[in-house]
Write a protein that binds this ligand. Sequence first.
Ligand code: ZN
Length: 253
Amino acid sequence: MRKYKFLIVFILIAGIIIIAKSNQTKNLVNFVSNLNTVTIKQNEKYTICIDPGHQLKGDSDTEQMAPDSGSYKARVSSGTAGIATKKPEYELNLEASLKLKHILESRGYKVLMTRESHDVNISNMERAIFANENNADMVVRIHADGSNDSGVTGACILIPSKDGQYTSGIFSDSSECAKYVNENMKNNGFKVNGIFERSDLTGFNWSKVPVVLVEMGFMSNYTEDQNMASPQYQEKMMKCIADGLDQYFKNKK
Ligand SMILES: [Zn+2]
């Protein structure tokens, strides 16, 4: 009986070696790796600007909410903080944004960050102008929400308003990208409350390039705050955003 076992194992190993050495298998491996190289090469022409929301200290000095506008808003608000983790939003936003940067770069995209540290002072208008000047093909703004009601949960995707005086030109591309991100997040088990058009965000009104803002979830909810602090949870959500971007750009080719 033992002899047979040995023989079977030997035949299996020999079989695996033969298959691995065969040209067909080699061709298949080459084909798959070439496909990957082609995708990476195609992505190289796209620049994605990631804007991790907020910074160490908010800046209540005001700036124009939109070009030629009489309305002014704080340069950067201070953001929210975790009810369970006590983590400030600006920290969470940068953690997640750096994961997204890593994923996108591994897929060949050129990635620009509005900030990679906390102790900066870059207003929302300045962040938008940075993306404009670098001709970003898409801007992804990463934020987290807060509510007085600790029972409120779920991600929200914000895009520039279709009818906004300053944003109608970037609505269509932003909206298309948001739909792909939304689908991917939902398909991977994330609760998404919807895609919301906004005409009151300085960072949208100054943008000349398409932009999507992802509110990852509510830091005011105990469980969601703890979930968002987990590197695995962040990685999974950022992968959904990256997959959404992949689909968006595939359709642009
Ligand atoms: Zn925020």
